[in-house]
Design a protein around this ligand. Structure first.
Ligand SMILES: Cc1cc2nc3c(=O)[nH]c(=O)nc-3n(C[C@H](O)[C@H](O)[C@H](O)COP(=O)(O)OP(=O)(O)OC[C@H]3O[C@@H](n4cnc5c(N)ncnc54)[C@H](O)[C@@H]3O)c2cc1C
Length: 366
């Protein structure tokens, strides 16, 4: 049986691990954090569940780009809620629907794809015109993928060195096999002990990372604001999601997100300004918690806390899953587009490089 070692149990690492498991590999996933999931982790405060890097996806309609990947991987029977109303965009106080705005206006207003080209915008945002899908918690995806791994996921196991065909962990253990790295390519090659073409390393060094995100997780006064399952973006740089609906249809929580570079000098002042910008929100907020790019850097190891990894300004910013080192492959949001769709598509590319197209297609069709 072939062995595969996956570095990082984010969405990209888990999807690659599941596909390789289906292909008969014995898979070991090494995750530095206490739990698998990376950006898809969920946390609980005051009995409320908050998602960190997952709010909604698009493309889950039959034959949609994400459905075609999720169905064969057993992710379609999760309790998805289909939100038919498209996301709301508020510009200078005037509300629009995502469907009313196209590139470049729609792109400038959309927090999740600030650098996207028109083609990428259509690829990622086009499916949102058919509405979006939400889950009670993003880590349901993580659990469903984790249970399909044929092998093990070792948490609290940071990788510190990579050699051809071998990975070394902080605790002194080693793992051998085909290596798939779900972490930033610069970190991957920073740990690599062996010869790599200098021009390849130079290219990784000069690729720029995208910005970080500052999030305010709010606990709301009971029965004050109606729950709405779609997102609202204010003037292109503030996004609002309601969460934890009660049985009367009120939201018990709200998440506010804005792009932000490090450091954040006064997180409470920034949180208060964000809350004040949303009409009617301030009196409803009982309590809030915040996360900064430094929080992301601590939890997922992403350099500088970049939310979406390498900035994709044009085709030259994509990093191919096949590296110059035989048996060492890359996956995750740093290679291709970020987001659940982008990372899922990249996981297929990574596995196609390892397994070949015929085997991959057999797995996806079985
Ligand atoms: C605030 C925010 C909101 C978002 N909202 C949405 C959304 O609504 N819809 C959507 O589609 N997408 C959304 N995204 C994007 C989406 O969450 C990400 O693109 C995707 O989850 C990234 O997955 P990944 O596997 O590439 O990376 P990660 O999730 O970063 O996984 C990498 C993993 O590697 C581990 N790791 C790092 N270093 C090591 C090491 N040395 N050894 C072992 N393990 C290591 C990390 O701990 C982590 O678990 C959002 C992202 C953010 C940040």
């Amino acid at each position: 049986m072939s062995d595969a070692v996956v570095i990082g149990a984010g969405l990209g690492g888990l999807l690659s691990g599941v596909i390789l498991s289906r292909a008969g590999y014995h898979v070991t996933i090494l995750e530095k954090g206490a739990r698998p999931g990376g950006c898809l982790q969920t946390f609980t405060r005051d009995g409320l569940r908050f998602d960190t890097g997952f709010h909604s996806v698009a493309g889950l309609e039959e034959g949609g780009p994400l459905e075609r990947i999720f169905r064969p991987l057993g992710l379609m029977d999760l309790p998805w809620e289909h939100v038919e109303e498209t996301d709301e965009i508020v510009l200078d106080g005037v509300s629009h629907r995502l469907t009313e705005l196209s590139y470049p206006v729609g792109n400038a207003l959309r927090l999740s794809s600030p650098d996207a080209t028109e083609e990428e915008y259509e690829h990622v945002m086009g499916p949102y015109r058919k509405g979006s899908w939400r889950l009670p918690a993003g880590d349901l995806i993580v659990d469903r993928l984790a249970e399909q791994i044929r092998g093990e996921i070792r948490t609290g196991c940071a990788v510190t060195a990579i050699e051809p065909g071998l990975v070394r962990c902080e605790d002194g253990s080693t793992c051998e096999g085909t290596i798939v790295s779900d972490i930033h390519p610069r970190l991957t090659f920073g740990m690599f002990r062996g010869h790599v073409r200098p021009s390849y390393l130079h290219r990784l060094q000069v690729l720029e990372d995208g910005p970080g995100i500052f999030t305010v997780y709010c606990r709301l006064q009971p029965e004050t604001l109606p729950y709405r399952p779609w997102s609202t973006t204010y003037d292109g740089n503030l996004m609002l999601h309601y969460g934890n609906p009660d049985s009367q249809g009120f939201a018990r929580s709200a998440d506010l997100l804005t792009f932000c570079d490090v450091p954040v000098p006064d997180r409470n002042a920034l949180a208060d300004r964000m809350i004040q910008r949303i009409p009617g929100l301030a009196p409803a907020v009982m309590k809030y918690w915040t996360s900064t790019p430094a929080t992301w850097e601590r939890y997922t190891g992403t350099p500088g806390g970049t939310a979406f990894g390498i900035r994709k300004k044009d085709a030259s910013c994509y990093v191919h899953p096949r590296t110059p080192v035989p048996g060492l492959f890359l996956t995750g949001q740093n290679c291709g587009l970020h987001g659940v769709l982008g990372v899922s598509e990249t996981a297929l590319l990574t596995c196609r490089e390892i397994l070949g197209e015929t085997t991959l297609n057999q797995i996806l069709q079985s």
